[in-house]
Design a protein around this ligand. Structure first.
Ligand code: UD2
Length: 308
């Protein structure tokens, strides 16, 4: 069986990707459990789980040499923009430096790899008003997180151009679904809203509630990863991973109410500083590879509510 290493595999997105790949591949996870949880990957054998920090270059080198993975999906990251602002050095080491290390280990040791996939973010587009966000739209990363993710992307592309490594970078938009944490003030808004509905407590809108986002259900993200992983044309490219649709936050709030069958109260506070008003993606490049998002927000929320 072919082998895949998923860094950050015990997290929300990683664990869903592992679950899917586990059907056909020998899945290995590297995670320091700073944000991930072993409960998310109960289906992976203990001897396939490395509880280790991605910054441990010696460890990373050893496992890459020893296991000769066929694929690497690199998700391990400082995932919160707010944390990256508080701890820019940590963000740089984890989000940028470790990405470089991983690529360079594969290059230096001539690992015969079929694909390296890197999780980038819609954050690289920053606050520019251009819509929809296309892969060739201008970027303006405005947080350490976004700068480091952009560095990661560019390094992947360079390693394809210069050393022919089969690399792909994916700019994830607003992902939601089961296992997403709702506890941090900077958790994804859908997980926070779900938590409010579940506990029948009040939800707070930052701003007027008319801000829009491109919300993608986790299962669609997993299928996007599957597609780029198995297609050679994806090498050396960056893709938006989203649905191509924008929905206002008030709309999400109403959809939740009709999904669960009751309403909760809401309040309005000032917009968060640095918040963007509108965001949605052009996904035509991914569609050319056969990607079709299957979950509109209504289906996604229904599945989410049912599965928790
Ligand atoms: C997402 C990423 C962020 C960064 C950014 C780049 C998540 C969780 N955040 O931020 O890390 O990459 O994109 O553009 O993926 N909101 C409320 N009430 C709440 C929580 C949020 O009104 O309790 C609003 C929030 O102010 C924003 C919208 O909901 O206008 C979406 O918030 P978010 O944090 O889920 O996602 P976003 O796109 O701001």
């Amino acid at each position: 069986m072919k082998k895949v290493l998923v860094t950050g595999g015990a997290g929300f997105i990683g664990s869903h990707i592992c679950e899917n790949l586990n059907k056909t591949l020998d899945v290995y996870v590297l995670d320091n459990l700073s944000n991930g949880d072993l409960q998310n990957i109960k289906f992976i054998n203990d001897d396939h789980i490395f509880i280790e920090d991605i910054r441990n270059k010696k460890f990373l080198t050893n496992i890459i040499k020893e296991y000769q993975f066929n694929y690497i999906i690199h998700l391990a990251a400082v995932v919160s923009v707010a944390d990256s602002i508080l701890y820019p050095e940590l963000s740089h080491e984890v989000n940028a430096r470790a990405t470089f290390d991983l690529l360079d280990i594969v290059r230096q040791h001539h690992i015969n790899i079929e694909k390296i996939i890197f999780a980038s973010s819609a954050a690289v587009y920053g606050n520019l008003p251009t819509l929809p966000k296309r892969i060739d739209s201008p970027v303006m990363p405005i947080s350490p997180y976004a700068v480091d993710k952009y560095y990661g992307e560019r390094t992947l592309l360079n390693y394809h151009l210069l050393y022919r490594l089969p690399t792909v970078a994916l700019r994830f938009f607003n992902v939601y679904g089961p296992r997403q944490k709702s506890t941090s003030p900077y958790s994804g808004v859908i997980s926070k809203m779900f938590n409010c509905y579940r506990n029948r407590c009040d939800f707070t809108f930052y701003g007027d509630g008319l801000q829009t986002r491109d919300y993608i259900y986790i299962n669609d993200l997993v299928s996007a990863v599957n597609i780029v992983m198995n297609i050679e044309e994806s090498n050396g490219q960056v893709f938006n991973v989203a649905t191509g649709k924008e929905t206002s936050l008030e709309n999400v709030f109403d959809l939740f109410a009709s999904t669960v069958g009751y309403s909760i109260n809401c309040h309005y506070k000032d917009m968060r500083s640095g918040d963007i008003k509108h965001s949605y993606a052009d996904i035509s490049e991914l569609e050319k590879l056969g990607y079709i998002p299957k979950y509109d927000l209504k289906d996604g929320l229904r599945n989410y509510v049912k599965s928790e």
